[in-house]
Design a protein around this ligand. Structure first.
Ligand SMILES: Nc1ncnc2c1ncn2[C@@H]1O[C@H](COP(=O)(O)OP(=O)(O)OP(=O)(O)O)[C@@H](O)[C@H]1O
Ligand SMILES: [Mg+2]
Length: 157
């Protein structure tokens, strides 16, 4: 999945607040119809990042969709927050209504790499990795994502 996308940039996030702030900055460039996949081990910070995204829409109470599978927010545009960790295959996607999500919402999917069919190749992938007591975040995407996220990465002189 990541192999077919361009690496947009990478930066380190020192602490939970840095992950939230990064999410809020991503949130500020999102538009209706955007699709964001999150990749990273258990506890890597995916939900923390989405909490930041939703802060940029004025929401403070954001729970993990680990058990609910889909949480929907009536923001403008609407935001769908999903977690595929507990799903097994494309049929499970069908049964949670994955293909019926509104096209004019923003959709953010944790564990997008769990089911191959879940990713249509068009959108932004953010990967979180452990680095001692912090995290490294990498962005992958085609089209105008490079331009839209340009200011989020550390520029190496
Ligand atoms: N940049 C960071 N540095 C250190 N700790 C962080 C950072 N970002 C988030 N954390 C911590 O990582 C923990 C796990 O976060 P979170 O629940 O967001 O992970 P997750 O990737 O959604 O996990 P899951 O796969 O279970 O859904 C939290 O305790 C959070 O405080
Ligand atoms: Mg999570």
């Amino acid at each position: 999945m990541l192999e077919s996308l361009n690496l947009l940039g990478q930066t380190s996030l020192a602490g939970e607040k840095a992950t939230e702030d990064f999410g809020a900055r991503v949130g500020s460039v999102l538009k209706a119809g955007d699709w964001i996949g999150l990749v990273g081990q258990l506890g890597a910070g995916k939900t923390t990042l989405v909490r930041g995204v939703l802060q940029s829409f004025g929401l403070q109470d954001v729970q993990s969709p680990t058990y609910t599978l889909i949480n929907q927010y009536q923001t403008n545009p609407k935001v769908n927050h999903l977690d595929l960790y507990r799903l097994e295959n494309a049929e499970d996607l069908e049964s949670i209504g994955y293909w019926d999500l509104e096209e004019d919402a923003i959709t953010v999917v944790e564990w997008i790499d769990k089911i191959e069919e879940a990713w249509n190749g068009d959108g932004l992938i953010l990967k979180l990795e452990y680095a001692s007591d912090s995290r490294i975040i990498s962005g992958y995407g085609a089209g105008d994502w490079s331009k839209r996220l340009h200011e989020l990465w550390q520029v190496k002189e």
